[in-house]
Design a protein around this ligand. Structure first.
Ligand SMILES: [Zn+2]
Length: 227
């Protein structure tokens, strides 16, 4: 009698698992393949982490999302900061101020999701204006974390520094000037910083330390910080 109950329980659980898999929106379902065009969900961070370990799938997902990039061969010439094969961003939905932006694939994927599903909709929502440009201090840079002997994620092309945003209507939003301001610009920065924490392993802004007073640092390294 007892094992019949166990069998019924197992069938019930399998049925439940099937229904969850069948009807859960893909952005919340870790079993569905990554898709950079789908909105942020409970499974987005896990799927981005999966792309870290599957370079081929990562590039395919970028292409499917319409991101154009160039592959840069592993670079031993950077003696102090040798790089694995990386990508240079050619075109996303929004132009970036600095070029070339050289990044790991999963860093570029996280950046694209942030731009597409956070920056662009928030610009429309708060200012009723499309986003014209993302302003950045750059991505790859062979250096240590300021004031330490530890290599920065920038030295692995696994980070980007974002200083502000320009909208089509001419509005300029700068981390340096508008962070924590009680205004639409302040609200925009707070919102996009908070959402970045759901995509990047590390999101640092002016609240972290003085070195980040004028930009957001976003990286896909192995530690996790949101501040
Ligand atoms: Zn940085």
């Amino acid at each position: 009698m007892r094992h019949w109950r166990l069998i019924l329980l197992a069938i019930g659980l399998l049925g439940l698992a099937y229904l969850v898999h069948r009807f859960l929106p893909p952005q919340h379902n870790p079993l569905r393949p990554p898709n950079l065009a789908e909105p942020l969900g409970l499974a987005t961070y896990g799927k981005l982490t999966a792309l870290k370990y599957n370079e081929e799938m990562c590039r395919q997902k970028l292409s499917e999302a319409g991101v154009e990039f160039e592959i840069v061969a592993a670079d031993g010439a950077q003696a102090r900061c040798p790089l694995e094969e990386t990508l240079i961003l050619k075109q996303s939905l929004t132009p970036y101020s600095a070029a070339p932006l050289r990044m790991t694939c999963h860093q570029m994927a996280a950046l694209h999701i942030w731009e597409r599903h956070v920056l662009r909709p928030q610009a429309e929502k708060l200012f009723d204006s499309p986003l014209r440009q993302v302003q950045t201090y750059g991505s790859f840079s062979c250096r240590n974390i300021a004031g330490t002997g530890t290599r920065s994620q920038h030295s692995y092309a696994n980070a980007i520094d974002i200083s502000g945003f320009i909208l089509e209507d001419g509005t300029e939003i700068r981390v340096k000037d508008h962070w924590r301001e009680r205004s639409a610009k302040g609200k925009f920065l707070t919102r996009v910083h908070k959402k970045a924490c759901r995509l990047f392993s590390v999101t640092l802004g002016p609240d972290y330390d003085a070195a980040h007073a004028d930009h957001f640092h976003l990286d896909m390294g192995s530690t996790e910080t949101c501040r």
